[in-house]
Ligand binder design. Structure first.
Ligand SMILES: NC(=O)c1ccc[n+]([C@@H]2O[C@H](COP(=O)([O-])OP(=O)(O)OC[C@H]3O[C@@H](n4cnc5c(N)ncnc54)[C@H](O)[C@@H]3O)[C@@H](O)[C@H]2O)c1
Length: 255
């Protein structure tokens, strides 16, 4: 029960990694708030977990401001904020629709900034708090057909370090996790579109399998917990060795 009496807000927690995080924070005693754009998903998730739902579009700064206001007026404080909401538009840069670029940057990079701006004001006033940003190995290493996604995640990594630098004096830590491939709807989409197969992913990962939701959840929980009390500005890879290994890209069977 590491998060008893703590208010933990998770964006995009209607499904996937965000939902797994919400489930785990709730089981560790936190009062969980699901800040999700999809009301149907968000309400169902909140009901299942005994959590709270605030409809939030993280790409809209007014929506984020209102969500933070509502959370503070109802729950009194914000101890943990997880920026998890994400979208991915996949196409070569010259074919990528401007709307796809804008959505990737808007939801993930601008969204993380808006949440940091408004939740950060609350944490600084409290003199405590902690933020974890869900980045990606795509923020560290390039991938074709992911101009918006990779750029947004790289921006999140730097934003994490800027915020950690600014908020250290207030006792507020900011870190990121960079997952490799974890089977969620987001990844299934790419497989369904015929862009990549699950086998190709496995062949590219030194540990030989995709990550589990729990692998990401454990890393986020560690970074959000008191065990990580002197860890800030870190981008922690949770990727089965994906970024350690890049010599024989894409898929070598030789060694
Ligand atoms: N699945 C992976 O392999 C993987 C790898 C690396 C990083 N990530 C990152 O993990 C995070 C979660 O990914 P996932 O795989 O669970 O995806 P997912 O598509 O299953 O879930 C994303 C959630 O975000 C919500 N969302 C989208 N736009 C939003 C907005 N504007 N405001 C609020 N909520 C919004 C969606 O409704 C959905 O519930 C993302 O940031 C993603 O980039 C995932």
């Amino acid at each position: 029960m590491r998060f008893e009496n703590k208010v933990a807000v998770i964006t995009g927690a209607g499904r996937g990694i965000g939902y797994a995080l919400a489930e785990r924070f709730a089981s560790e005693g936190a009062t969980v708030v699901i800040a999700e754009i999809n009301a149907e998903l968000g309400m169902a998730a909140a009901e299942r977990l005994g959590a709270h739902f605030v409809r939030t579009d993280v790409s809209d700064h007014e929506s984020v401001r209102r969500a933070v206001e509502a959370i503070v007026s109802r729950r009194g404080r914000i101890d943990v904020w997880i920026n998890n909401a994400g979208v991915a538009h996949k196409a070569p840069a010259v074919e990528l629709e401007v709307a796809g670029w804008e959505a990737d940057i808007g939801v993930m990079l601008s969204g993380t900034f808006y949440c940091a701006k408004y939740a950060g004001q609350v944490m600084i006033a409290q003199g405590s708090g902690c933020m974890v940003n869900v980045s990606s190995v795509n923020g560290l290493f390039a991938q074709k057909a992911r101009a918006g996604y990779c750029s947004a995640k790289a921006g999140i990594n730097m934003l994490t370090k800027v915020l950690a630098s600014e908020w250290g004096e207030h006792g507020i830590r900011v870190n990121a996790v960079a997952p490799g491939v974890v089977m969620t709807d987001l990844v299934q989409q790419g497989i369904d579109q015929g862009i990549v197969t699950e086998e190709q992913y496995r062949g590219r990962i030194p540990m030989g399998h995709l990550g589990d939701l729990d692998d990401v959840v454990e890393a986020v929980l560690f970074l959000a917990s008191d065990e990580a009390s002197f860890v800030t500005g870190e981008v922690m890879r949770v990727d089965g060795g994906w970024t350690a290994y890049h010599l024989f890209y894409p898929f070598d069977q030789a060694f």
